[in-house]
Design a protein around this ligand. Sequence first.
Ligand SMILES: *Cc1c(COP(=O)(O)O)cnc(C)c1O
Length: 394
Amino acid sequence: MAKLIYLDNAATTQVYPEVLDAMLPYFTEYYGNPSAIYSFAGESKKAVDEARANVAALINARTEDIYFTGGGSESDNWALKATAEAYESKGKHIITSRIEHHAILHTCAYLEQKGYEVTYLDVDEDGKISLEELEKAIRPDTILISIMSANNEIGTIEPIKEIGKIAHDHGVLFHTDAVQAFGHIPIDVEEMNIDMLSASGHKINGPKGSGVMYIRKGVKIRSFIHGGAQERKRRAGTHNVPGIVGIGTAAKLAKENMEERSAKEIALRDHLIERVLKEIPYTRLNGHRTDRLPNNANFCFRFIEGESMLILLDQAGICGSSGSACTSGSLDPSHVLLAIGLPHEIAHGSLRLTLSEKNTMEEIDYTVDELKKIIERLRGMSPLYEDFVKKQNQ
Ligand SMILES: *Cc1c(COP(=O)(O)O)cnc(C)c1O
C-alpha cells in the first residue's frame, strides 16, 4: 500500500510529539492526585493549573472559568442539560441550528422529551444561520442559544460575535460548540459575548477523552457529574492529569502557531479546492467559500456514491470521510448537507477532506490525481451517469 495520507483531521488528529512528551511524566513520575495535601501531589496540581491557564489564554477567558471534562460531547451535554435545569423557572425554550453536531442535536431531542421546546434554525446554502431569524426566534421564555462556532462537516464559520451580541442584548445565555474552532481560528469569549463554550483535546493534536468547558462567572449551572469537590464542585471525578496536561499543551501550541498553521492549511486547502473544481466535472464545493475553517474541503460529486469513493480512496492510502465520523455506518445522508438544501442523491456523493499543516502539496496533488481516476471509474459504472451523458449529447 502507498504511504498513508491522512485527510480526516476533523474526525481526530495526531497527538503531537511535544504534547505527548509533556504528558508522559504525569503517568509515571508525578502520578499524585492533585486534590491531595502532600507536596508530591503539588506537582500534579501545578500541572493542572498551568493547563487551565493555557486554555484560558487561547480564548481570552479568566483561568477560573475553565473546567476540564471528558471531551467535547460531555461539555455539550453539560452545557445544555445543566442550564436547562438551572433556568427552568425562567423558561423552557432553547434555540439551536439544524447543522449542529449530534452531541447537541441528540441532547436537544432528549430535552424535548423532558418538556423543553427547541427551535432549530435553518441555514442558507453556505451553512450560515440568519441573524434576523435568530432574533425573531427569541421569546420571553428563551433560556439558551447554542450555535456552533464552525461546522465539522462543511467547515462554515458562523457569525459568532453577532450571535453573542443578539443573545446579550436579549439577556439570553449563549453557548457555542467550538470543538472545530478552538485552536484553529481566533476565539475571544469577551469580544464575542460567549457565556459557555465546549472544546475537545483530540481535535487540536491533544489526547482523546480530554475536553474543556468555559463557563462565564455568574452563569448558574448545575453540576453534571456528581461526586467529589473537583473543578469547584462543578465536575466531579479525579483529574485526568495527563489528559489535562495534553489539552493544555495543545492549546498553548495552537495559540503560538495559529497564524502560521492556518496559512499553511489555507494554501493546501485552496490548491485542493481549485484543482478538484477545475478538473472534476459535475462537482460542487459545500460550505462557505471563504468563511470556512482553514483545513476543511467538502465536495459533492454527482452520480457518485460516497461509500464506494471512500473505499477506493482507502485503497490508494488516502483517509477521507463522507459527512462525519459519527454518521458513517448509517445510510442516511448527512443532516448538514440536507440542511444546506442538497437533494438526497447529491448529498450521498459527498467527500470531506480535512487537512493538517503537516500535509504536503505533493500529497494533495496525489490525492486529486487518485480522486479523478476514482470518480471516472465509478461514473463509468453508473447507469445514471450513462443516461445523463446520452441526454447531454442529444
Ligand atoms: C468532535 C466533535 C464533538 C465531539 O467531541 P468529542 O471530544 O469527540 O466528544 C462535538 N462537536 C463537534 C463540532 C465536533 O467536531
